[in-house]
Design a protein around this ligand. Structure first.
Ligand SMILES: *Cc1c(COP(=O)(O)O)cnc(C)c1O
Length: 369
């Protein structure tokens, strides 16, 4: 990314040579990203991140119907899952306030959405089905290909929020046969504030952001060349090491799960194996509001999260746990520990040791109040 700031900093839309050099870097980044996710470069649109990509996918599908551009004969109905990221749920709510109907499909207790349930939620008037590729709290991997087929069988288009998948498990837009797909760089060690919307040709998404007509008219605004270059580099590196890293990470994850489940009242959130290689997510019976666990881990130099990073301070039960039916057994909050290729076996023991100390103390503290 440094050369993009220091020497190749011109505007890629400029026709002078410096601009064209920047344009070359941008297009090389587009090709690299496309290669990593089973897409063609012309299907890759750079955005400001996962949130923008999700909003764009959903609002563009809605706009196509509202303006009569496409989706003729289809109604104002969408299908999504109840444990999506807010970047999907909130735009759906906005559409609901404009008279759209939205059917929420719930995942099972294992944190996996059943494609049959998606199939039965899709109606002849459904415009779009949007279900994430990997859940951002439970880490569970969803049957994207089967869900896309269920949408297509009834003529709906399919979007997947693959923000948690890219760089962590194989992502294959063509093989999955998705129409729209969102990616964000900072979820695979890339820079923040940059992402991608994949849109299958010839389906060009209707712009959310209008102006100079960059990104083939789809997304105006001078392109974030350093961001795109950094994203491509980080994604290519993650994809190159994917097999090797997933074997090592799954072993660390399984060891952590094994250790933490020995703690009284500990429950694993989500399927034991159909989950991201680096995701371990727990809930603890008798412990509510896990902010004090997060703080206790932080004191020991361990950065974990409760709920998703964006809603961790909320006193309400985590919507992901609610969707997975965990509220019925009194579990409202989760502790998510994400491992990366820089973690070691001794980190795992340290995390588990610290939880061994913390949880009984917190339980005693709680029972006194
Ligand atoms: C992080 C995340 C987003 C939002 O991406 P940003 O780049 O942070 O806007 C969307 N969906 C999922 C599943 C995420 O984990």
């Amino acid at each position: 990314m440094l050369p993009c700031h220091e020497s190749v900093y011109a505007n890629p839309s400029a026709i002078h040579r410096a601009g064209q050099d920047a344009k070359k870097l941008l297009e090389a980044a587009r090709r690299r990203v496309a290669d990593c996710v089973g897409a063609m470069p012309s299907e890759i649109f750079f955005t400001s991140g996962g949130t923008e990509s999700d909003n764009w996918a959903i609002m563009s599908a809605a706009a196509a119907v509202e303006t009569g551009l496409s989706g003729g004969g289809r109604g104002r109905h969408m299908v999504t899952s109840s444990f999506e990221h807010n970047a999907v749920l909130k735009p759906m709510e906005t559409l609901a306030s404009r008279g759209w109907e939205c059917t929420l499909v719930s995942p099972g207790k294992d944190g996996i959405v059943d494609p049959e349930e998606v199939a039965s939620a899709v109606r002849p008037d459904t415009v779009l089905v949007s279900v994430m590729a990997v859940n951002n709290v439970a880490g569970t991997v969803q049957p994207v290909k089967e869900m896309a087929a269920a949408a297509h069988a009834k003529g709906a288009i399919f979007h997947t929020d693959a923000v948690q998948a890219a760089g962590h498990i194989p992502v294959d837009a063509r093989g999955w046969n998705v129409d729209l797909m969102s990616i964000s760089a900072h979820k695979f060690h890339g820079p923040k504030g940059t992402g991608v919307l994949f849109a299958k040709i010839p389906r060009l998404p209707i712009p959310l952001i209008d102006g100079g007509g960059q990104e083939r008219g789809g997304r105006s605004g001078t392109e974030n060349v350093p961001g795109a270059v950094g994203m491509a580099e980080a994604l290519a590196e993650s994809v190159e090491r994917l097999d090797e890293d997933s074997v090592a990470l799954s072993a660390l994850r399984d060891r952590l799960i094994e250790r933490v489940l020995r703690i009284e009242g500990a429950v694993l959130v989500g399927h034991p194996t159909k989950r991201l290689p680096g995701n371990a997510c727990f809930a603890f019976r008798g412990l509510d509001g896990l902010a004090n666990i997060v703080a206790g881990l932080d004191e020991a130099g361990i950065e974990a999260s409760s709920g998703s990073a964006c809603s961790a301070s909320s006193k309400e039960a985590d919507h992901v746990l609610v969707a997975m039916g965990h509220l019925d057994i009194g579990l409202r909050h989760s502790l998510r520990i994400s491992l990366s290729r820089w973690n070691t076996p001794s980190d795992i023991e340290r995390i588990a040791d610290r939880l061994d100390e913390l949880i009984p103390i917190l339980k005693i503290h709680r029972s006194r109040h």
